[in-house]
Design a protein around this ligand. Structure first.
Ligand code: FPP
Ligand code: MG
Ligand code: MG
Length: 417
């Protein structure tokens, strides 16, 4: 009988790269204010799924040597020591990006040079040790792609810092949320700080197409959140007129659009950016196709991910490490499970119309969701998106990374937290 093949474990496949991404992230978060650094790094020190950097690295690996400009990209790093060094340099180093930084060991030196031009010549020589992680054969992706993976996770965590303020959430990654621990003001500011740092790191990648993609992601996150706020604040006139308040196809469209903006956009555009950094040249049809595959795969995966997130919201907080137990209902939000339950139980309509604000509404809505086939159907819909993602993958060459991406699609559907 044929030997049963063990599927690729994407985390093992990119173990060294992921370790590098995690370990050097803190360097990007150093600041002149220890409290700021503490809050900014708080969520990174708690166990997260790290799905977004994993996607970036998997696509980086999947198109290695496939894009028309790959050799040129490698050449740039093999031959330009200054380019490698610049990328490797902490953003909190004493130069124009950070005039004065007491958390850096040589801060007094940098303080004295605040008003002079940063001296490139004064930087430490290109020591082989500092570059080893990039060039050891153990790392399979380009330095720019490693940095993109970090930027992606920073933007995600910045959005969580803001999200936990907006959602009044006290729990994240099985610990006290940042706003609960440090307060709303500092959490917002730490998120802003991280966006600033990620923008600076983004600029250093030196690719305008990538800057545009990631800049748009940040705008999309806000657009998704605004769509959701609008839903929460929707005038309650509908509640007085249940006849007119119907489950229309537009309601589903709006929900899925919101899911794209708040979740899938970051995954889709950062995956696409990984392919750009891997040497996909604008206008070359084969390269454009690779970019489209990365975008389409992660867009579908992102929507699947959010659908599962919305169904897991009905699990307990002990299982999730975040509020759960119908937390979205308490926020007045009708996600996929509530909409599916509405299809089976018309009495869901008025509850949705008044945003579950009446006495016992949350409990009743939760009960309807659990009694109906809403959670099953939500998972099925997520599965359809994951299947679409898998279909798209057929358009890139077979590789261990491509198999890893397929495994990730399965993980997203099966996850329980
Ligand atoms: C989590 O969703 C939140 C997001 C996916 C995006 C939040 C975006 C903002 C707050 C806009 C500001 C953006 C930036 C970049 C600062 P959720 O609340 O449904 O999930 P949860 O259960 O994990 O809290
Ligand atoms: Mg939210
Ligand atoms: Mg939230």
């Amino acid at each position: 009988p044929p030997l049963e093949r063990i599927p690729v474990d994407p985390f093992k496949l990119l173990h060294n790269e992921m370790a590098y991404v995690r370990e050097s992230l803190m360097q990007l978060l150093g600041s002149s204010h220890p409290t700021l650094t503490e809050i900014a790094s708080y969520y990174f020190q708690l166990p997260g799924k790290q799905l977004r950097p994993l996607l970036v690295l998997l696509f980086s690996r999947a198109v290695k040597g496939v894009t028309s400009g790959y050799t040129e990209k490698c050449f740039a790093f093999e031959n330009a020591a200054s380019k490698k060094q610049e990328l490797d340099m902490p953003l909190s180093s004493p130069d124009v990006l950070n005039d004065w930084n007491p958390s850096m060991p040589n801060h007094s030196a940098s303080f004295s040079t605040v008003f002079s031009m940063p001296s490139r010549a004064g930087r430490p020589p290109d020591s082989p040790a500092s570059l080893r992680p990039y060039f050891s054969s153990q790392l399979s992706v380009l330095p720019t792609q490693l940095r993109l993976a970090q930027i992606t996770e920073m933007i995600h965590v910045a959005s969580l810092l803001h999200d936990d303020v907006i959602d009044l959430s006290s729990l994240r990654r099985a610990s006290a949320s940042a706003p609960f621990k440090f307060g709303n003001k500092l959490s917002i500011l730490a998120g802003d700080f991280m966006l600033g740092r990620s923008s600076a790191a983004l600029a250093r990648l030196g690719d305008a197409e990538v800057v545009e993609l990631i800049g748009t992601v940040i705008a999309n996150l806000v657009e998704g959140e605004i769509m959701q706020l609008r839903e929460q604040n929707e005038s309650d006139k509908a509640s007085g007129n249940a006849e007119e308040f119907a489950l229309t196809p537009e309601r589903w469209t709006t929900y899925l659009q919101k899911s794209y903006f708040k979740t899938a956009s970051l995954m889709a555009k950062s995956s696409r950016a990984a392919v750009v950094l891997g040497g996909a040249r604008p206008g070359v049809p084969e390269d454009e196709e690779l970019k489209d595959v990365a975008y389409a795969f992660s867009r579908n995966l992102g929507i699947a991910f959010q659908l599962v997130d919305d169904l897991l919201d009905y699990s307990t907080s002990a299982e999730l490490g975040k509020p759960g137990g119908g937390a979205d209902l308490k926020l007045g939000l009708s996600t996929a499970p509530a909409l599916f339950a509405w299809e089976e139980y018309p009495e869901m309509g008025p509850l949705i119309a008044r945003k579950f604000k009446g006495d016992g509404d949350v409990e009743q809505a939760r009960d309807l969701v659990l009694r109906s086939s809403a959670l099953d159907r939500t998972r099925q819909l997520a599965k359809q998106y994951a299947d679409k993602a898998l279909e798209v993958l057929e358009h890139i060459p077979e590789s261990d990374a491509r198999e890893g991406l397929a495994v990730v699609a399965g993980m997203v559907i099966e996850r329980t937290r």
